[in-house]
Write a new protein. Sequence first.
Length: 229
Amino acid sequence: MRRVSIVLIVMFFGAMFAGIAIEYTEREALRTLAASYVVVAPQQLSSPNVITGILLTYRAFDTLGEVAVLFMVAAGVGLVLGGSDRPREAPATDATVPASELVVTGSSVLLPLIAIFAAYIIMNGHLSAGGGFQGGAVIASGVMLLLLARPDYQLNLDFLGITESLAGVLFVLVGVLCVIFAGGFLDNRVLPLGQFGAFFSAGAIPVLSVLLGIKVGCELSVIIDRFRG
């Protein structure tokens, strides 16, 4: 009976997703709101990446709220999985399963490339696909690979916490300066917009992207370390 129920459930979800896939048609034109953003955002923000411009200017409060939620997640995970105030001891040598030679060798090759790629995504978020959230996730993936290759490695959680907090404070401080010297909270025009498409352009968006990437990377790294046990 249990197997029959599982088969029926799988068939139900299969039919549901099949119906969605069959009825899907690709939209040939943007909606009115999206089309206006595509036109207005590059002109007002001098950012070729419209999505990053929207996230760090027009939807700045929402982005700040998302970062706050991520911080609460990291704090909650730390409270549940790292509840003891005693310093964490390195796992005993005989109890730690060493990583394979393939993982160790691969990590030594990939970690520098991951770090460079993360920096590229963050620094070029106003020009091409990427930004602070994406770059921070790439940073955390490098940390995860490091912990897989070296199970006995201990992250400096105090440093990550201080860095994350400092990045968050600076993010809000930039927003306050934008209120004083520009048109509103996190208005990127507090800095010169520069030439459209240039590396140093889009006002304060690159600065905000860097701060966001550091904050997200540190928070996700702490979460990964806590789940390691």
